[in-house]
Design a protein around this ligand. Structure first.
Ligand code: PGA
Length: 244
């Protein structure tokens, strides 16, 4: 159950969130909880989550370890800070910052090299869905962005299916629509990496996940977890989602 805070909250707001959120989820021993704040809040989040079941992730990384890359942050830097996870290839990064399936693959490998678990995001845009191209888009994202991984690398990633038309729009994919996309992605995983790897793969759904639709989504066998944007900013609503 992962929260993507996007470009929200200061360090003080981060500490305030954890103060409320931590006790609410302390007994949720059967699920993994990840929160991905902006870079500037990672240190505060790692400190505030210490000793709890909550793990911290970043929202992006660069693929080089260090160097003259003004403004960038590397996997080893995130790991040294205490991050365990990192989101890669979120649609907002693809839309506003020129990320492509090629850079997604490089970043995924860099994350794995640093010992981080990448949450690799895929998903179609509205016009692609309306043109009946959802599977073609997912196939392309999988082929170029993911299938270059070795089986060992693939075993350590998590995929997030986030239909772009459902992100921040209040327009969630129905559980059935989400499950169909998950099934398609798992079939690609099976074809490339085999039955066992596909069965073990965790696929999260993301896009307007809220406390009132989480149950229906998680009732789908194909949906292993969720990546939550807006509703992860509030400790009560994210706790309700985590504990669904
Ligand atoms: P949302 O965002 O829950 O606000 O729709 C999801 C995401 O972008 O990861």
């Amino acid at each position: 159950m992962a929260g993507n805070w996007k470009m929200y909250k200061t360090p003080a707001e981060t500490r305030a969130f954890f103060e409320k959120f931590r006790p609410l989820v302390q007994d949720a021993a059967d699920r993994q909880i990840v929160i991905c704040p902006p870079f500037t809040n990672l240190a505060a989040a790692v400190e505030a989550a210490a000793g709890s079941r909550i793990e911290i992730g970043a929202q992006d990384l660069f693929w080089m370890k260090e160097g003259a890359y003004t403004g960038e942050v590397s996997g080893p830097m995130l790991a040294a800070l205490g991050c365990r996870w990192v989101i890669v290839g979120h649609s907002e990064r693809r839309q506003y910052f020129g990320e492509t399936d090629e850079t997604v693959l490089k970043k995924t490998v860099a994350a794995l090299d640093a010992g981080l678990t990448p949450i690799v995001c895929v998903g179609e845009r509205l016009e692609e869905r309306e043109a009946g191209r959802t599977e073609a888009v997912l196939l392309e994202q999988f082929r170029i962005g993911i299938s270059g991984l070795t089986p060992e690398q693939f075993a350590r990633i998590v995929i997030a299916y986030e239909p772009v038309w459902a992100i921040g729009t209040g327009r969630t994919a129905t559980p059935e629509v989400a499950a169909a996309a998950h099934r398609f992605l798992r079939a690609q995983a099976r074809e490339r990496y085999g039955e066992q790897a596909a069965a073990r793969l965790r696929i999260l759904y993301g896009g307007s996940v809220k406390p009132d639709n989480i149950k229906g989504l998680m009732a789908q066998e194909e949906i292993d977890g969720v990546l939550v944007g807006g509703a992860s900013l509030d400790p009560l609503s994210f706790a309700a989602i985590v504990l669904y």
